[in-house]
Design a binder for this molecule. Sequence first.
Ligand code: SF4
Length: 162
Amino acid sequence: MTAEPFALYVHVPWCRHVCPYCDFNVYAAAEPPEPAYVEAVTAELGAWAGRAPCRGRRAKSVYLGGGTPSLLSPAAIATVLEAVGRGFGIASGAEVTLEANPGTVTRERLAGYRAAAERVLDTLINWGRHAEIFAYDYDDEVLSHEKTVSERRPNRGREARA
Ligand code: SF4
């Protein structure tokens, strides 16, 4: 009998600014400590892969939430997805989602996420669809406006942790 696939959530706990109403576990950082985060989260994914209730089960969805996962580079996201694939396997047709703040992305960066995902696993067809939806939903004028609003927002709330 094949073990039931499961939904995997990966938390990226940084935003450029912490909104005063935010209830999530999030810290302010213009540039998250990407290498340390990737090392830690890939180690944790590897550890969970060998334990119940995850052992022997593939991921039917991978959701990178936050926080603002789009503060991480496409290369970092690719490394995290590689760890998911190596540790658990990703079910055919799985949905892979990356939360993005429009103020942190450009068309080039979205294309980078899609290219990175396509390099990692060719089962990540839905990743490409998400990237296209973002690209079509946010035209250049909207991206520019959102970036301006994001940059003006005061940095209130919790500060980044070292
Ligand atoms: S943008 Fe970041 S700080 Fe603001 S509500 Fe979303 S997760 Fe919280």
